[in-house]
Design a protein around this ligand. Structure first.
Ligand code: MG
Length: 249
């Protein structure tokens, strides 16, 4: 064979080898079992309609505030009646006995029917994850205030995507996924906190990444902390709560 023929034969062999490899690669991903993951197996839980997932931590047992306390550790003094409890203004914020990091929280709340009270004083409370990061509770049904302080805002950081508020006197729901911040060994922030929130079933916060603790005055900043309680705010309004449960994530 002359040199040209030898080169052509070598090229043909090379193309065949490359094609064979491509065929093998293609075969590797045509087997459906190659992309099946069989473990670890997600825990099987029960989710009865209109009720609790079977792995939920119940934070209000419909009888007492035994799962809650005041900031100084003494007994929570808010009023309990039937399956609800209501802020007793002036008695202070309450916090869960249990401390949480990443958590899914379901909470139902109702702002009181009041007259001639507007803005931030109309049905104000709030859920502070880890006692620092507030998801605002407010009567925001035709009640003008700054939008990063209305119901469903992450206070002074993120306005809600829409206003899904119902009128005062009607029960409303929040379903929240809170991801706690993490910190480096030197106590500087490693990953920020974030929240995803559904208000009455409607998405109002999607993976909103917090700039730090929510503050009334000044700009948010992170401070080093570990797991911490969920806090409900006494802002002087008789806001009621019921059916509160959490799932650690
Ligand atoms: Mg508030």
């Amino acid at each position: 064979m002359n040199n040209n023929i030898i080169i052509k034969v070598k090229l043909i062999i090379l193309i065949l080898v490359l094609n064979t490899n491509l065929i093998i690669s293609a075969q590797e991903i045509t087997n459906p079992e190659d992309t099946e993951v069989w473990g670890p197996t997600p825990l099987l839980i029960n989710t009865p309609s209109q009720s609790l997932p079977s792995d939920a931590i119940i934070l209000f047992n419909e009888k007492s505030l035994d799962n809650w306390k005041k900031l100084d550790g003494s007994k929570a003094l808010w009023s309990v009646a039937k399956d609800t409890f209501t802020i007793k203004p002036g008695t202070g914020d309450i916090i869960t006995n249990q401390e949480f990091a990443d958590v899914q929280l379901h909470i139902e709340w109702r702002t009181p029917i009041v007259e001639n009270v507007m803005g931030q004083n109309r049905g104000n409370s709030g859920i502070f994850f880890q006692q620092r990061y507030e998801l605002q509770i407010l009567d925001s049904f035709k009640n003008k205030t700054y939008v990063n302080g209305q119901a469903g805002s992450i206070y002074k950081q993120f306005s809600p995507l829409v206003n899904a508020s119902k009128k005062s006197g009607i029960w409303q729901t929040y379903d929240i996924i809170f991801i706690a911040p993490t910190f480096n060994i030197d106590k500087s922030v490693k990953t920020n906190a974030s929240m995803t929130v559904f208000h009455n079933g409607v998405l109002i916060q999607y993976n909103s990444t917090l700039k730090g603790s929510t503050t009334y005055i000044g700009l948010p900043e992170y401070e080093f902390h570990g797991k911490d309680s969920i806090l409900l705010q006494d802002h002087g309004s008789k806001v009621s709560f019921r059916n509160i449960w959490a799932r650690e994530l």
